[in-house]
Structures are given as C-alpha cells and as structure tokens.
Design a binder for this molecule. Structure first.
Ligand code: NAP
Length: 343
C-alpha cells in the first residue's frame, strides 16, 4: 500500500463462484483535495462482508447502487477525519460509514453514506465495525426486535462462528437460553462452545436433521438463520409449537445459480410458527438507543467482540474469499493502518 496515494480495490470482472484475485483491480490515484462542506477521511479499518461479492456481481444489494466494472467496491469502514471543512465534524474524530475499498475518501457526509461518530471507550476502534457496527446491530435487532426471545428457551443459531452469529450466541446466553450453535468443522465447534454454546453441531459431518433432533428433543423455540438452504430446511423439521425463525441471511445460497427453494415451509402451519425477515437499514432510526445498550453491555463485560482481523489493505481480496470458504471466526475486518485509542 502506498501511503502517498489513495489506494483502491475496484471490480475487474464479475466473480464466478467464490471471488479470486483476478476479479479485483488495484489502483493508486491522488489523495483527493476537499471542498467546503467536505471532510478528508483516512481509513483505519475496512469491513469484509458476504454482501460485497453481490456488489461485485452487479447486484444492487443492502441499499447500495449496483457496481459497474471499474468501480470502487462498496464497503463500510472506520476512518479518522484528518481535515475538515464541514461544520459538524472536527479533525481527529473517528467515524464509521461507507468508505469503499480505499485508503482515503473526500466526503460530504451525506445521509446515504450513513456515517456515525464512534464513541471513545478506551477500546479499539474496530468495535465500530463489529459490536457497534452493522454486524452487532444486525444481531441486536434480529434477535431482540424480530426474535421476540424468551428466557430459558431453546435457541439454534447457524453461522454461529461468524460475525452476527457469534454475537447472537452471547445475547441468547444472557437470557439463560439453551443455545445450539451450528458451524463448519470441529475447530469452529470448539470455538462456539468456548463462546457459550451448550451444544455445537458441525453441519459438514453427518445428518443435520437428526443431529438437531437429538440436541433439541422438544424442538426449537427460536432459530436465528444466517445461512438459509439445507440448514434452514433441517431446522424447519424440528420446530417446537409457536416457534420463531429469524431470517437474517442465506450465505449458503449466495453462490448458487438458482435459489434454494425451501420445500417444507408448511411445517410453520402445523406448529403455529412464524418466519420473519429483517434488514438492518430499516432500523437506522433506532440505532442510537441500541448503541447505548451495546456500549453498556461491553463495559459490563457481558458481551465481547469476536474479530477476525485480516492484516493490511493488500489482503482485502483474500479476506473476502475467506468468508465463503469459512475460515473466519467472528466479524471479518481488515486492519488498514495501525491506530491508537485512549485507555
Ligand atoms: N438482514 C440483514 O440486515 C443482515 C445484516 C448483516 C448480515 N446479514 C447476513 O447474515 C449472515 C451472516 O453475516 P456475517 O457478516 O455474520 O457473516 P460472516 O461473519 O461472514 O460469516 C459467514 C459464515 O457463514 C458460514 N458459511 C459460509 N458458507 C456457508 C454454507 N454454504 N453453509 C453454511 N454456512 C456457511 C461460514 O462459517 P462456517 O465455517 O461455519 O461454515 C462463514 O464463516 C450472512 O448471510 C449475511 O449476508 C444480514
């Protein structure tokens, strides 16, 4: 990475299957000058999220415009304001918002970019992309607002070792639930048990329908779905009466040419159950109060951030590929620059 330039990753071609280095184009351009009403942002961290492959495929996802070949890839980041001609922002403030895959950005801080100041909590600013970013907030609104959770119930969480999943595991344990996490491989299963899961299921080995039945003999009260596909179908076979499914994501389907096509949804009717989707950007008006609650829990050490940190801007393409081959634990993000925070 060249510190004297604005370094960028752009779409070189549409990915087929998982992303590979040739799908990305690396560019160095001049660091922008700012005009009145703008700030100059210097990137500290960038988020890596499954949705970024959709952007690269030309899909208009997560409220962002679709990308053409040659466009800078969308992505949220944490940045320091190093120059300001904007009345609401001062030099030295740390913000998170739509940075794109680049090392500097001139911004008018528009509503569309959804910038927020990150509270200085004496903790690394990467929290702005993990627990206090869209990942933690998705877990928060998905579980508490859409899951209608009850204390002590049986909760199943897929993608449990990922960013959203590892946070929901911790929320469900705060409510003394019996938590069954689903993840790929023995090592990840050990990891989610260390986070608090009462049982773990490795979806890559054995019959998932029966393994869930054994772990939840009285059925699932709440299934938090990060993956869709076969695992959603297996949970549908194991619903308790009046159960709830929160549809957060469907990463197992993102690389398919055709949608999965769930066949057993009629089990919802038999069990008086519901399946409810949600989209984090429909909750923007409630973020302040959610953030206050999350900050309290972090300070009280009730929840902790689980981060998978990719080192250096040049590793962004491989970092994105890792989400689809499952090598990340927790929220995947890239440390673009080393930064300090006040203790
Ligand atoms: N509704 C919303 O507003 C919203 C907001 C944020 C995220 N999301 C969605 O929520 C989900 C989780 O997001 P995240 O940021 O937490 O993701 P993440 O940290 O990138 O986790 C992704 C994990 O999914 C698992 N995975 C990958 N392919 C899989 C497959 N074929 N079958 C089963 N598991 C698979 C992998 O773990 P294993 O090794 O265990 O397979 C991987 O580590 C994604 O689907 C994302 O699109 C939705």
């Amino acid at each position: 990475m060249n510190e004297a330039k604005n370094c960028q990753w752009r779409v070189a071609r549409r990915p087929e299957g998982n992303v590979v280095r040739k799908d990305f184009e690396y560019m160095e351009i001049d660091i922008p000058d700012i005009q009145d009403g703008e700030v100059l942002l210097k990137t500290l961290y960038l988020n890596l999220a499954p949705v970024m492959r959709m952007y690269m495929s030309g899909e208009s996802a997560a409220g962002e415009q679709s990308l053409d070949i040659g466009d800078v890839i969308h992505g949220r980041g944490v940045a320091e304001i190093i120059e300001s001609k904007h009345s609401d922002y001062k030099e030295g403030e740390i913000v998170q918002g739509q940075m794109g895959w680049q090392t500097y950005k001139a911004s008018k801080m528009t509503d569309k970019e959804k910038f927020r100041k990150i509270p200085d909590m004496g903790a690394p600013y990467s929290l702005g992309l993990s627990l206090l970013g869209m990942t933690g907030l998705s877990a928060y609104f998905g579980y508490f607002s859409h899951g209608n959770p009850n204390r002590g119930e049986t909760v199943v969480i897929s993608g449990a070792a990922g960013g959203v999943g590892s946070t929901v595991v911790q929320f469900a344990k705060m409510l003394d639930c019996y938590v069954i996490g689903i993840a790929g491989g023995e090592e990840k299963c050990n990891f989610i048990e260390s986070l608090g899961c009462d049982e773990s299921i490795d979806y890559k080995s054995g019959d998932i329908v029966n393994r869930i039945k054994e772990a939840a003999p009285n059925g699932i009260d709440l299934y938090f779905d990060n993956v869709g596909g076969d695992i959603l179908s297996a949970c549908m076979e194991n619903l308790a009466m009046n159960s709830r499914i929160v549809h957060c994501g469907s990463i197992s389907e993102y690389l398919l040419d055709e949608p999965f096509g769930l066949k057993n949804y009629t089990n919802l009717r038999r069990t008086n159950s519901s399946l409810k989707g949600f989209f984090i950007y429909n909750h923007l008006h409630e973020i302040d109060s959610a953030e206050e609650q999350l900050v309290r829990w972090i300070k009280d050490e009730k929840i902790k951030s689980v981060e998978h940190v990719v080192d250096g801007f040049m590793s962004m393409p491989e970092g994105l590929a890792q989400l689809y081959d499952g090598s990340n634990h927790g929220v995947a993000l890239c440390q673009v620059r080393h930064c300090t925070y006040s203790d």
